[in-house]
Design a protein around this ligand. Structure first.
Ligand code: PNW
Length: 486
């Protein structure tokens, strides 16, 4: 680690700060139809030719369904105090619905994983939904496009989890990045369930309305699941529950142009406040969104609004990068979802937002991360749990010494973890956890196995998907052992 740079940050993080790695079921488990697991929309997507960049599937992924003991041991060697993972709905309820049977083999797998973590003094952070809707619900009534039918199914799924795991799980996250699910799945159509207005890509969908309908369903069903937890489980189980939102930072392209300053704030509102204002601030969508979208943006009933406001015990934050935002002089297009702005790599002075990773949208920009922490803290004022942050690096194709000595990723973590320490120490932001994305290289959705985010290299060609620690895993460990109060 870059010790000099963080020397003064010794012990600035709370002694009960949780840090570790985050994963998602589809991306790591494999066993896609093992022991009674039902099909998810991502299984269907990946088995449809032409959808995934390297034509790969998550059928085997990293095999963590089979290798969870080995993985927990590796996590332990990385020094973590927490591990964030998601549950596969269709592994637990193969057909998904409220009257459909529970698959005991699925319950057993997660129960064993939880026990293994606890036996190793690693705190489980459990995500209920990380994008893998049961295909049966998609077929039955259009999944989240149908709020009335979907919500009771999601709430029943949640109740099974609280009942079966709530004695041991004290940190729950309902949804992972509802905004990425809606925008990639229903606006761009490049993720499951592959809907959009683009007929060259998708047979069905409407990018101008469906993302907002689905986003509304996510918020309302989240709120009903939280209501259930608070009324029936929280008192006895004493856990906390919330939602995790994605959000990169938006910096004005020209900080001296009021129109760019306004555009950057509007971009933050379209990306982040879309979900965060209803939950943490007003019980309603931001005015800037209503102004541009009109009736295409659903309205909360009085009951929904009351339920959604305050429905997260913390601010769950996923963030990776920063963009420069320039206003447009033309009126918004029908299929605009970003607040009518241009998102750029350099600002008006030609300064770059940061070095390129191996992922087109992601560049290292810790300076924006610290600003974002402050923006969220100031606007919402609830404790922040960072639940994802990390990077790919160019040229990671084989587990050679050079690749395992992943300086690019080390530089990323040095910068972002310093930003966290300074936001806490110098800006007074309340930050309680950090989960790096991600533990091992995995199946990066529509990018397949080509984008490697892990602090562990996976040889996907090898039998058993052999694991090779990268140096960044040990740098992250050193940084937290330095920054977390003893
Ligand atoms: C997250 N963006 O998705 C997901 O939660 C993970 O499952 C995923 O593997 C990880 O980040 C890396 O992609 C995002 O465009 C996808 O800003 C796109 C963006 C952010 C997050």
């Amino acid at each position: 680690m870059d010790y000099d740079r963080v020397k003064d940050l010794k012990g600035v993080l709370r002694n009960d700060f949780y840090w570790g790695y985050a994963t998602a079921a589809t991306q790591v488990e494999g066993g896609w139809n093992a022991d009674g697991k039902g099909e998810s929309i991502w299984d269907r997507f990946a088995h449809t030719p032409g959808k995934v960049k390297d034509a790969s599937t998550p059928d085997d992924a990293v095999l963590s369904y089979y290798k969870y003991k080995e993985d927990v041991a590796l996590l332990k060697s990385y020094g973590v105090t927490g591990y964030r993972f998601s549950l596969s709905w269709s592994r637990i309820i193969p057909l998904g619905g409220k009257d459909d049977p529970v698959n005991e083999a699925g319950i057993r797998y997660y129960s064993n994983l939880i026990d293994e973590l606890l036996a190793n003094k690693i705190t489980p952070f459990v995500t209920l939904f990380h994008w893998d809707t049961p295909q049966a619900l998609e077929d039955r009534y259009g999944g989240m496009l149908n709020k009335e039918k979907y919500t009771p199914d999601f709430v029943r799924y949640a109740s099974v989890l609280f009942e079966r795991f709530g004695d041991r799980v004290k940190h729950w996250i309902t949804y992972n990045e509802p905004g990425v699910y809606t925008l990639a799945g229903y606006a761009a159509g490049v993720h499951a369930p592959a809907r959009s207005s683009n007929r060259a890509l998708n047979e069905e969908g409407d990018s101008s309305t469906e993302p907002f309908i689905v986003g509304h369903t996510e918020l309302v069903s989240h709120a009903y699941a939280v209501k259930l937890y608070r009324e029936k489980f929280q008192k006895e189980q004493k856990g906390i529950i919330g939602i995790t939102l994605h959000g990169n930072y938006s910096e004005p392209w020209d900080e001296n142009d009021p129109l760019d300053v306004e555009a950057a704030e509007r971009a933050r509102e379209f990306e982040i406040a879309w979900y965060a204002d209803p939950v943490h601030k007003t019980g309603d969508y931001p005015a800037s969104m209503r102004a541009q979208l009109g009736d295409r943006l659903p309205r909360f009933t009085a009951e929904e609004s009351k339920l959604v406001l305050g429905s997260s015990d913390f601010y769950g934050m996923n963030s990776y990068t920063t963009f420069y935002i320039r206003h447009k002089d033309t009126p918004p297009e029908l299929n605009d979802h970003s607040g009518n702005v241009d998102k750029l790599d350099t600002n008006s002075k030609g300064v770059s937002r940061g070095p390129e990773s191996d992922t087109y949208w992601l560049r290292t920009a810790p300076w924006g991360f610290r600003k974002l922490l402050n923006w969220i803290w100031k606007r919402y004022g609830v404790p922040i749990y960072i639940t994802e942050n990390g990077t790919t690096a160019k040229g990671e194709t084989e587990p050679s010494e050079a690749v395992l000595n992943d300086q690019f990723r080390i530089d990323f973590f040095n910068g972002y973890l310093e930003a966290i320490g300074r936001a806490v120490k110098e800006d007074g932001v309340d930050i309680r956890s950090y989960f790096a994305w991600t533990f091992t290289d995995n199946w990066e959705w529509a990018a397949g196995y080509t984008d490697r985010f892990g602090v562990t290299f996976i040889d996907f060609e090898s039998e058993g998907k052999k694991r090779y620690p990268k140096k960044s895993a040990y740098v992250v460990k050193d940084l937290f052992q330095h920054m977390v109060k003893a």
